[in-house]
Design a protein around this ligand. Structure first.
Ligand SMILES: Cc1ncc(COP(=O)(O)O)c(C=O)c1O
Length: 391
């Protein structure tokens, strides 16, 4: 595909960083991991970041820390990747969905409050997804979470570098955890920071950060203050496992790549914002097509996705026909996401109706969005889209 809907950007600096890490002393947990964690946390304004093997592992770690389980469920958006809810099922927790705003595909305070009023089991955590890089109303969701005695978690896999305002109008970075208890990121190949696979949890609570680090590494603690049965004080070989843990470690090699990518995050966000502005200027007059709304100033979108809302019925063509015609002309497109309550796994066990999510899904189509797109590329993509969508 000439222009896939997304594509990773690997520079000579990235390759040099990986090569250096490969010839270092550590391949798994070494200095690159610690340095990445520190730099990522600093970039977002969070005190702690725990790097782990992927975004799904990050969600699982966050849900374990939130003590999700059979009697303590998750409330989340149905318009997200499978992992947001599946990680709760890995804890044995029930999953309930709140509806979304049909325009943005995001949870709103009203839909979350309505869903909480209806859930049968206690909800331990609300996970809000910043779909495509557009931040949800974290300040209002915090108030709702407090009123229902549950944690607020950001699935910020699409939104590193996005900002939002608090009630006083002060801007915060997604993942700074000024309102959420934890935020979860993915460093999958097509995300803003690409490591192939990778993830992180950011948070403020130092004890919870230690717990997450322990669960990430088999539940092993080498900290004497955690030990229940030390054979001698400060035994240099000794560790204890007090609870179940996993191998969710990220490697030094991946973190070397991540550090190099992180250095370009601001530049990559600027390029994504420029691409979004270009699309907004050149696609805003096509019949039966709506463009994604901009967040109110001074909030900043992270533009992981640029999703059109197309009224396929009015256009008289199916989504499949449009996708195939775009692909034939070299332009990739994708549907993000098939709502989770449509999946066979959830059909029997979750609440519905979710008309906002169904309406969002019926019209959504994401078009190419990645920093390498030049003006010439964009001119070509826009020309193809205009031709294919001509009524
Ligand atoms: C919104 C969202 N949540 C969670 C994940 C899971 O991340 P990963 O693929 O790194 O496990 C992804 C990645 O695809 C995602 O887009």
């Amino acid at each position: 595909m000439r222009y896939p809907y997304s594509r990773q950007e690997i520079t000579p600096d990235d390759i040099a960083a990986v090569t250096t890490a490969l010839t270092g002393e550590h391949l798994t947990q070494g200095p690159q991991v610690a340095a990445f964690e520190q730099e990522f946390a600093t970039a977002l304004g969070a005190p702690h970041a725990i790097a782990c093997s992927n975004g799904t592992a990050a969600l699982h770690l966050a849900y374990l820390a939130a003590n999700l389980g059979p009697e303590r469920g998750l409330l989340t958006s149905p318009v997200t990747f499978l992992a947001t809810a599946a990680a709760a099922r890995m804890c044995g927790a029930p999953v309930a969905f709140a509806d979304v705003d049909p325009g943005s595909g995001n949870l709103t305070p009203a839909t979350v409050a309505a869903a909480l009023a209806k859930t049968a089991k206690p909800i331990a955590a609300i996970t809000t997804v910043h779909l495509g890089g557009r931040v949800t109303d974290l300040a209002a969701l915090r108030e709702i979470a407090d009123a229902h005695d549950c944690l607020l978690i950001e699935d910020a896999c699409h939104a590193p570098g996005a900002t939002y305002r608090n009630a006083a109008g002060v801007a915060h970075h997604v993942g700074a955890c000024r309102h959420a208890d934890m935020a979860v990121f993915s460093f999958h190949a097509i995300k803003h920071i690409a490591m192939g696979e990778g993830g992180a949890v950011t948070l403020r609570d130092p004890d919870c950060a230690h717990r997450l680090r322990t669960i990430r590494n088999h539940g092993m603690s080498r900290r004497p203050e955690d030990w229940q049965h030390p054979p001698e004080p400060d035994a240099p070989w000794y560790y204890e496992m007090a609870d179940i843990g996993y191998n969710y470690r990220l490697t030094d090699v991946q973190c070397a790549l991540g550090r190099s990518q992180l250095r370009r995050l601001d530049e990559s966000l600027r390029k994504r914002r420029r691409i979004a502005a270009f699309y907004r200027e050149h696609l805003d007059d096509i019949p039966f097509v709506r463009l994604p709304a901009l967040p109110p100033e001074p909030e900043e979108h992270a533009w992981h996705l640029f999703s059109l809302a197309i009224d396929f019925t009015a256009l008289g063509r199916t989504r499949g026909e449009i996708m195939r015609a775009l692909a034939d002309a070299g332009v990739g497109s994708q549907v993000l996401y098939i709502p989770l309550h449509h999946q066979p796994y959830y059909r029997e066990q979750t609440n519905r109706p979710l008309p906002g999510a169904d309406a969002y899904y019926a019209q959504s189509l994401s078009i190419p969005m990645y920093p390498q797109l030049t003006d010439d590329d964009l001119q070509e993509i826009v020309a193809v889209i205009r031709r294919v969508l001509r009524p």
